[in-house]
Design a protein around this ligand. Sequence first.
Ligand code: URP
Ligand code: ZN
Length: 454
Amino acid sequence: MRILIKNGVVVNGDGRKKADVLIENDRIAAVGETLAANGAKVIDAAGCYVLPGFIDTHTHFDLDLGFTVTADDFVTGSKAAILGGTTCVLDFATPDREQTMQEGLDLWHQKAQGASCNYGFHMTIARWDESIRAEMRAMAEQGVTSYKMYMVYDGLKVDDGEIYAALQEAKQYGALIGVHCENWDVLRRRIAETKAAGILSPMGHALSRPAPVEAEAVARYMRIAELANAPAYVVHLSTAEGLGEARRARARGQEVYLESCPQYFTLTDDCYARPDGLKFIMSPPIRKAADKAALTQALHDDEIDTIGTDHCSFTMAQKSRGKDDFSMTPNGAAGVQHRGQLLYTLGVCEGRVTMEQMVRLLSANAASLFGMRDHGAVDANKAADVVIWDPDCETLLTDTNHAYNCDNTIYAGLTVKGRARDVILNGKQVVENGALVASGTGRYIPRKGYRALR
Ligand code: URP
Ligand code: ZN
């Protein structure tokens, strides 16, 4: 199978040029001026950007919360992903605390069967002991070179010493540990206080988890990583104060990487006062306008390294569990389809982010940090995962005009610009003129150790 993408502007993390892209089988064979078709299928990309396939660093497909399961599994979630230009998701394999990591990995491989985009797994570490330590080698051999540890949630929360020990061990495999930074002990008391004060509506979610709940935890993680002499990766950073703590660690000379999510530079916490406020309940919560502004500036200043969606979707019926008590609401929202459009609209079109930065934030940095050597650039010999991005397109998002397996989106009412017009996955066209034309062809991407960004 050969495809020639003609007349587009190829954008990588470090520059752009007008060039054709020749794809042979599942690899990019050549990038150059006026390449000959020689029988290849020709796709005209005039007026479009040709970008490396996007990598979503943070999804939760088919996640069982105990009382309910996410609306999207790998089959539905990966279709939404690929329609938005995301050719690979890094989903969180989340074994129960008493399970081995191998059991978690095997289960997530099963869940991912039939995916329409490529996928890799971050492994959740919900306890630290000798057996988990010993499993890290087997994980690395199977292409799992990143982990997540939670400072929150019954059944997942680890203590500071466990994070310290895991960071020390992960270093020898070139593995990064992403930490969900919130102070669990304080936020649980604040939830009780908020409810005791008679606030049971969605606004109570934001009130119980204000910025210092995140910032204290980020500061603590920074110091734990400093003591372990290990790189730190903060998942879904949402506050200016948390950013400040990461800046302080960087100023001390620490290697710190930051992920944020589109919701934190798109929405503000007045959403919790809306009649559909339940759908915005996620952790960390949507923040204040000043946080949104600080994170947007941080995108511009290259202080944020990756953007993941934290896609964790629920129907409104599932969300309604919290209608009389915000703390009963399943946490999370859909987003995997709209990450590119949101960054393009609020970043590139507003002049805050260049196209090269967009590529770094959506693809190239994730490829480096998560050991995906064949991904993150449109270059000869790279994997043929490519997005043809049409900048001349506007879409009003609604609760129904998306591919999520749920009846809502937190972005309803927003007009977004640009779209993934065509998507090539593993050398085959899977999206054509915005429509899915092939499904179920996603592959597992085994990963190597991380490469430093700075
Ligand atoms: O509310 C959220 N984000 N749910 C998903 C789990 C997590 O905390 O990342
Ligand atoms: Zn998450």
